[in-house]
Design a protein around this ligand. Structure first.
Ligand code: ADP
Length: 766
């Protein structure tokens, strides 16, 4: 179908070119082309095209007329007379200078009318076969199919075939060709016999071809008309047959090439047309026709490489000088320059592609690096944003802390300064009023001291400098002591709807653990004070539980409770929950973070279970190094709050500060002890040397001249068993440990914890 269309396109193109030729030749020299057949018949078109293109090369001024007898399609020409009249009518007035006729029928026809319509006009013919004698004024190209050469060729290329089938029809040309075959075969000896396939319908022909097995070949000469008179173009007939042929097909005309034939001694219509054109030019240029005899047009051995390959015919087998169509090697040879250029371009393109790939790869690499930088940048950015927000949060916390701190310091200071002044300035105050005011001063001083201690502790925790004094500590005793203090505090706060409970997991008085008793005391008191702060009614239970690896202490309350979101942050420093109770009772937001620092420092853990509106249980656990014993009973419980009697005992107070000295006198005077005062280390040493009655020394450490530790060393040198209690306001360092190391028996810090001071004296003096 496609091929059919292409053929049509080609024909149209040829006609178009002919017409272009005709137009361009318009002018003086009138030439009439008379075809036996019709335009679009490839043979006729190729003759015309060859003829006209040769004339065109000469640049002469032509005018071409074309007429077709159309004998292929109209064998019974009863219109001949009409056609003659038509030619007469058309051309008698036109001066036709040359007639160009194609094929035998047109030649015979023109011979019959020549003198009447075109007298003396020279005639150039083409495609004429089996005629060798021509009238005067006639010359041209004889179309002589070289049947012999083709038979020789087939015999040479196929020595093993036994039959050669020759396809010819019953057209004028077909009959001539058939005769030529018979002549050739009779004159030459071939290994095969020839069978002429003629007088067949196309279907019969196809059927026969289908049956041809090996040992045969086909020489396809002509099949323009079947025995029923149906017309086929040259190619059409060949294409129908070729599809079914298993044996090689040879042909004699150029138009069979590219339609599946192996090849043959080929006549080219175009070449014959050209040769005829050259004769015409000579006539136009004045050469007498008599001097130009007709001759056989040239033929060429032409093969189709694809069909050769199909039938396994090697290139070396075909006659030398043959033209091989579609031969890849030939193609390369013919198109050396183009192929070289194409290859060069391809190589250049490949190099460019390779370079582009490399550039692309390195680009990708860069993009990858870029991406990873971007990723890193994003991470860093996120980190910076996080740090910034943390810094901002810390900053906000610090600001809030400072504001709170200012409030926490100024409030007790205000009370201390205000009430002290009142006592000083108002001379008319009653004793009870003075006591009341001074109680307020003492209370607030304690608060201030607690705050200062908290700040010192948190600073130590921050720099990991919190030192622990690990010794055998009685948890039972510590918890009980905290409970006692809590009771006093509850009473002071007048929380009458609040019950305090104490619960121990073991029924014993003594649970001894290696830990820092003071710090554990501090933590429990912190939790207890918070519970007192945040519980209005219900209960507070203090207790502990001994587990496998831990001693767990807890403070449980039925207070306001803590919501989920705040549970995790209350152990951070400066954190407080915005509540009315917080505003009422104040607080630095340091307590729980100090507790956490202490408990973590002691190798333990701290946490809270709480429900908003229900209550909280703060717990901590420290490693269980516990030994349970009944031997050690709590001494603090009984000794804590009672008034001691040190009657008949002498206590030396070494204190250079008048107020501190006076305070000590006030604390101790109810004990009925004899109090001896000294304001320097030198004097105190002297007293101890000379007065054997001294039972205990309260030694200030920061003294003018010899300091308290040095004095202790000297006194211990004089009386080694004289108890000395160091008392100092220096709470920054691990002073108690130092005091013990320097030879003191105990240590009390300023401001004095009265009960502690008294119980310590009691322990040492008796
Ligand atoms: P503060 O000195 O402000 O009490 P803390 O660190 O001791 O600081 O406590 C932090 C916050 O935790 C308190 O401000 C309070 O909001 C909350 N909190 C502590 N203990 C309790 C408790 N027993 N019941 C309810 N809330 C508590």
């Amino acid at each position: 179908m496609l091929r059919h269309k292409l053929r049509h396109i080609r024909h149209i193109l040829i006609v178009f070119l002919v017409l272009i030729g005709i137009n361009s030749l318009a002018g003086e020299y009138k030439i009439l082309l008379i075809n036996s057949y019709h335009n679009t018949l490839s043979w006729t078109d190729s003759l015309n095209y060859g003829f006209i293109s040769t004339l065109k090369q000469n640049k002469l001024d032509f005018e071409i007329y074309v007429e077709n007898l159309d004998y292929k399609r109209n064998k019974n020409i009863n219109y001949q007379n009409e056609f003659v009249s038509y030619l007469k009518a058309k051309y008698s007035t036109l001066e036709i200078k040359l007639l160009f006729v194609t094929d035998n029928d047109a030649l015979t026809f023109i011979e019959s009318i020549h003198d009447s319509i075109f007298p003396n006009t020279p005639v150039v013919f083409c495609g004429v076969n089996n005629r060798y004698v021509f009238q005067k004024n006639y010359t041209g190209i004889i179309e002589q199919v070289d049947v012999k050469k083709n038979l020789d060729l087939i015999a040479q290329l196929h020595p093993n075939i036994d039959t050669l089938y020759c396809v010819v029809d019953r057209t004028t040309t077909g009959i001539i060709l058939d005769k030529q075959i018979a002549e050739s075969v009779s004159k030459n000896k071939y290994q095969f016999s020839t069978v002429t396939l003629t007088d067949l319908t196309i279907d019969e022909l196809i059927k026969k071809v289908k049956g041809f097995e090996k040992n045969a070949a086909i020489l396809f000469l002509l099949f323009n008309q079947d025995n029923k008179g149906e017309y086929f173009s040259y190619e059409e007939a060949l294409d129908s047959v070729r599809k079914y042929a298993k044996v090689p097909i040879y042909g004699t005309w150029g138009f069979y090439l590219n339609h599946g034939i192996v090849g043959g001694e080929i006549i080219s219509g175009y070449e014959h047309g050209k040769q005829a054109g050259e004769l015409a030019l000579k006539i136009i240029n004045g050469k007498p026709v008599e001097n130009l005899s007709a001759f056989a047009g040239n033929t060429k051995m032409i093969f189709d490489y694809r069909a050769m390959k199909k039938h396994k015919i090697g290139l070396t087998k075909v006659p030398k000088g043959s033209i091989i169509l579609h031969n890849p090697l030939e193609y390369i040879k013919r198109n050396k320059v183009e192929i070289f250029l194409t290859m060069t371009i391809v190589v250049i393109l490949l190099v460019i592609i390779y370079l582009l790939i490399i550039i692309n790869k390195s680009g990708k690499k860069h993009i990858e690096i870029h991406k990873s930088y971007n990723q890193e940048l994003k991470i860093k950015n996120a980190q910076i944003i996080e740090s910034l927000s943390k810094a901002e949060e810390a900053n906000n916390l610090k600001s809030a802390f400072l504001a709170n701190m200012s409030h926490e310091i100024r409030t007790p200071m205000n009370a201390i300064m205000g009430f002290s002044r009142l006592v000083l300035l108002k001379k008319d105050l009653s004793r009870s009023e003075i006591d009341n005011f001074l109680n307020i001063v003492a209370d607030n001083s304690q608060k201030l001291l607690n705050l200062i201690n908290d700040i010192i502790d948190i600073s130590k925790i921050e720099v990991n400098q919190l030192k622990f004094n690990i010794s055998k500590a009685n948890i039972n005793e510590i918890v009980r002591n905290c409970f006692n203090i809590a009771e006093v505090e509850r009473a002071r706060l007048e929380k009458n709807d609040l019950n305090l409970n104490i619960t121990f997991s073991v029924n014993t008085d003594s649970v001894i653990v290696d830990t820092d008793a003071d710090r554990i005391h501090q933590v429990i008191m912190n939790l207890v004070n918070n519970a007192l702060k945040f519980t209005e009614k219900g209960s507070i239970t203090i207790g502990y539980d001994i587990q496998d690896k831990w001693i767990e202490v807890f403070v449980q309350d039925t207070g306001v409770g803590i919501d989920e979101q705040h549970k995790s942050i209350i152990f951070d420093r400066f954190r407080q929950i915005e509540t009315p109770l917080n505003r009422k009772y104040g607080g630095s937001g340091l307590g729980l973070s100090i507790c956490k620092g202490i408990i973590n420092g002691l190798g333990g853990e701290i946490g809270v279970k709480s429900e908003l509106g229900v209550g909280s249980t703060f717990w901590f656990r420290i490693p269980n190094t516990c030994s349970i014993s009944d031997a050690n009973t709590s001494k603090l419980e009984n000794s804590d709050l009672k008034i001691r009697s040190f009657e008949n005992k002498s206590i030396l107070i070494v204190e250079d500060n008048f107020v501190s000295s006076k305070l000590l006198v006030e604390i101790l005077k109810h004990t009925k002890a004899e109090l001896i005062l000294s304001n320097s280390a030198e004097e105190a040493i002297e007293i101890c040397r000379t007065n054997n009655k001294i039972d205990l020394v309260l030694m200030d450490i920061q003294l003018p001249g010899i300091n308290g530790y040095e004095a202790t060393r000297i006194i211990k040198g004089i009386r080694s068993n004289l108890p000395i209690i160091a008392q100092t306001a220096n709470a920054m360092s691990n002073e108690k440990e130092k005091a013990i190391q320097m030879g003191c028996d105990d240590y009390v810090s300023k401001p004095y914890n009265f009960q502690y001071l008294l119980s310590s004296i009691e322990k040492l003096i008796t």
